[in-house]
Design a protein around this ligand. Structure first.
Ligand code: NAD
Length: 268
């Protein structure tokens, strides 16, 4: 039987890169997809050309046949989503697992929040799930152990101040996950979500975490701040998220769940 094939979005770095590497290490062939270079946002986004370099080195180091390929993808663009799925089919012949991991964050008081930031957050975090899923479902219908895993967030389970757009988009991601799990069950396609807590990626280190304490101006350390917020006293790792994806990819009787990996910070 041929190795299963995964398509991972937002794969250039952070959680998406760890998911890609874990899938490769566990026998998957992977189409790793991210934005081409130069997209501007309130922090620098990933870059598929760096991903190409990184994964080529990975393949060389593991002396492996090309189990991994890289493509440019903008999940907000329907044609780009169709193309990524088509590239996956042409390269690997099938698609068993779609990991909708691409995401962006912005924060701020609602009265000052820009309409363009609101629209982009929903375009990437919510509409992106629709466009990628719509493109992938025809292939998933004919695949063994077909499933979709969406990266939602603990922000999809509990509202937080200054985060209406991000929380709204991640609540929607969980609703979409549950809805599609019901709808696609008869096609034998499972649909689940992971809900990361605090993971030290660009999202946290370059945007969410203030650099200094506003009152004392003392620099804020990521691990210390995380330990104050998280009952288990430590942030989560990208490998924790990859482990959750591997579990959901294999769990043939699990569908419709939003699995929280947050050290006790969110328990619903
Ligand atoms: P990250 O910024 O390092 O990774 C996000 C990736 O998504 C980037 O490589 C970026 O280029 C890509 N991306 C953004 N817009 C895209 C688009 N239009 N098309 C294709 N790719 C696009 O951050 P991360 O923490 O690794 O985030 C991964 C996922 O995890 C996101 O969905 C995020 O919301 C979610 N998440 C992260 C945390 C955390 O603590 N870091 C917590 C909860 C949820």
């Amino acid at each position: 039987m041929s190795s299963p094939v995964a398509l991972v979005t937002g794969a250039a770095r952070g959680i998406g890169l760890a998911i890609t590497e874990a899938l490769l290490a566990n026998g998957y062939q992977v189409m790793a997809a991210d934005l081409p270079t130069g997209e501007s946002w309130n922090y620098a986004l990933g870059d598929s050309s760096l991903l190409k370099e990184h994964l080529t080195t990975h393949a060389d180091n593991h002396n492996a046949a090309p189990k991994v390929a890289v493509c440019d993808l903008d999940v907000t663009d329907s044609a780009s989503c169709q193309e990524a799925v088509q590239r996956t089919l042409e390269t690997f012949g099938q698609l068993n697992l779609l990991v909708n991991n691409a995401g962006v964050v912005d924060t701020g008081p609602i009265a000052e929040f820009s309409e363009s930031a609101w629209d982009r957050i929903f375009a990437v975090n919510t509409k992106g799930l629709f466009l990628m899923t719509r493109a992938a479902v025809p292939l998933l219908r004919s695949a063994d152990n077909a499933s979709i895993i969406n990266t939602a967030s603990i922000a999809g389970k509990k509202g937080m101040p200054n985060m209406a757009a991000y929380c709204g988009s991640k609540f929607a991601a969980i609703g979409i996950t549950q809805s599609l799990a019901q709808e696609l069950a008869s096609d034998n396609i499972r649909v689940n979500a992971i809900c990361p807590g605090i993971v030290g990626t660009a999202m946290w280190l370059e945007h969410l975490m203030p650099k200094v304490n506003a009152e004392t101006e003392v620099p804020i350390d990521f691990d210390t701040r995380s330990s104050q917020l998280i009952p288990l006293g430590r942030p989560q790792s990208v490998e924790d998220m990859a482990g959750a994806v591997l579990y959901l990819a294999r769990a043939e009787n699990v569908t419709g769940i939003a699995l929280t990996i947050a050290g006790g910070m969110e328990m619903n």
